[in-house]
Unconditional design. Structure first.
Length: 186
């Protein structure tokens, strides 16, 4: 019973946030809540690559002898990574989704199943970040920069150029003096 109540509460909060993450195949209300909760404000990541690194989906090269391979970083947010992994596995199992087609294309290129999953997770991280950024931009356009309805960046002062009193004026710089010529010797 508590699980159903929690699921309903998460679905309500995700819907109230206006997030469009649930439009992505494989992302339900619970996964969207996990992604949103673990990410926080998506604009804190300057690029999708920074988000992918935080989500541990940016591969790092591991070189051993003459063979170079990639693995996922273990330094990022493992719970965010787990949510993206859930989405990737769900999409792989859903024929007709872009994720399934991408995964099959990577297998056709000769990648192993794990390598193809890693590529898909990285691509999903980019998609999730772009979706969250678009959601945040849409919210700020509707509410304003402070997050409240009606907030603007315009000043509400009556006079756009307030009068400057004598005590508010900047002080003059140091006096520049003309160099005095050296005395003439006669």
């Amino acid at each position: 019973m508590k699980l159903k109540d929690n699921t309903k509460a998460m679905a309500s909060l995700v819907a109230k946030s206006g997030s469009r993450l649930t439009d992505t195949p494989g992302i339900g209300a619970v996964t969207a809540a996990r992604l949103l909760g673990r990410t926080g404000k998506p604009t804190r990541f300057p690029t999708s690559s920074a988000f992918a690194q935080y989500a541990s989906t940016a591969p790092i090269e591991i070189a051993s002898a003459d063979r170079a391979r990639h693995r996922l970083s273990r330094r990022g947010d493992s719970q965010l990574n787990a949510a993206l992994h859930t989405v990737a596995i769900t999409q792989i199992r859903m024929p007709g989704t872009r994720g399934h087609a991408y995964y099959q294309a990577k297998l056709a290129e000769g990648k192993t199943s794990r390598e193809a999953q890693r590529c898909l997770k990285r691509r999903l991280a980019d998609h999730v970040w772009r979706t969250m950024i678009a959601d945040e931009l849409r919210r700020t356009r509707m509410t304003g920069p402070g997050g409240q309805t009606g907030a603007t960046t315009e000043s509400s002062a009556a006079d756009p150029t307030p009068a400057v009193g004598s005590s508010d004026k900047s002080l003059p710089g140091p006096a520049e003096t003309e160099p005095t010529p050296p005395p003439h010797s006669a």
